[in-house]
Design a protein around this ligand. Structure first.
Ligand code: URA
Length: 302
């Protein structure tokens, strides 16, 4: 019996697009129906369309047990604790200045307007505009947190407009998330660092309250972080990305909501290091598995 999920021809094409080679994909039987077609409203995989549980060679997560690849149980942290000084941070981060001194608005539109005027760090000088985020703004299925806007994003005022964004779209499509799925995209920091350099600790610290408030107001059902910095910031961890990948974490928002979080590679890094694409695919399957679990739990309950 095959242990691979059934993939549609389209999904195989997407997976090839994101770099998985034909040998790896040969394990997956092509099927005429996508396994994660999702409802029009929610993009939640349809239980009847998914591969039978026993046939899926995915890291399935339960509350008590992390998937086989998981290194350790993931403790719950409050989103952003590392940068708020509630858990240990690197010495360089500890000296970062306090974030924006003014109160952070508690209303979505006011927050957006506030961020548009932000001058809490030096990045404001190099931006054309801030990049607040885009997508479904009310309890999205997923909140995707990248690192920082790039040049295209800065010009458009929207995240993930460039090549990394195109790859991200293909990655999400491979788990059934389509452009109209309820997903919100944002970044750890809202202004483009010139030359696409890595954001500095003080810049991340200055922007932290904005991401925390976005999470509190959005109430995302799940968070997917892209790259080391977003994972470290939201998990309050200094660990390398490989130490936090492969497991489902739980973070707590300002309002006390517990949110499952999966960390994976940044698409820009996958463009440079295609050897990590297989790991990213595993992470995406883990992400998909928690949507399926939630959907099954809802069906059992209701
Ligand atoms: N564009 C974004 O909006 N975020 C990233 O992390 C990379 C490119």
């Amino acid at each position: 019996m095959s242990t691979a999920p059934a993939l549609s021809t389209l999904q195989v094409a997407w997976l090839q697009e994101i770099g998985l080679d034909k040998h790896m994909l040969a394990r997956y039987a092509a099927d005429s129906e996508p396994f994660a077609s999702g409802s029009a409203a929610g993009g939640v995989p349809d239980k009847t369309a998914r591969a039978p549980a026993g046939m899926v060679s995915l890291p399935m997560r339960t509350e008590a047990a992390a998937p086989a690849k998981a290194k350790s149980a993931a403790p719950m942290v409050r989103a952003g604790d590392a940068l708020a000084g509630r858990v240990p941070v690197r010495a360089s981060e500890a000296s970062a200045p306090a974030a924006a001194a003014e109160p952070v608005p508690a209303d979505w539109e006011a927050l957006k307007a506030h961020i548009a005027e932000c001058r809490a760090c030096e990045l404001h000088a190099g931006r054309s505009q801030t990049v607040f985020g885009s997508g479904a703004a009310s309890s999205p299925e997923w909140m995707i947190v990248g690192e920082a806007p790039g040049d295209f994003d800065d010009r458009a005022g929207l995240p993930f407009q460039g090549k990394a964004g195109a790859l991200l779209g293909a990655m999400l499509a491979s788990i059934g998330l389509r452009p109209d799925s309820p997903v919100f995209f944002t970044n750890l920091i809202k202004c483009r660092p010139l030359g696409n350099r890595t954001p500095r600790p003080e810049e991340i610290a200055a922007c932290r309250p904005y991401l925390e408030r976005q999470i509190a107001l959005l109430k995302p059902r799940r968070i997917l972080t892209l790259g080391r910095l977003a994972a470290q910031a939201l998990l309050g961890s200094e660990a390398d990305l490989d130490a936090v990948r492969g497991q489902v974490h739980r973070v707590r928002s300002e309002t006390g909501q517990e949110i499952p979080l999966v960390a994976t590679h940044h698409p820009a890094s996958l463009l440079m290091r295609p050897q990590h694409k297989a790991d990213a695919w595993r992470d995406l399957n883990l992400a998909r598995s928690i949507v399926i679990e939630a959907s099954e739990a809802a069906q059992t309950a209701g």
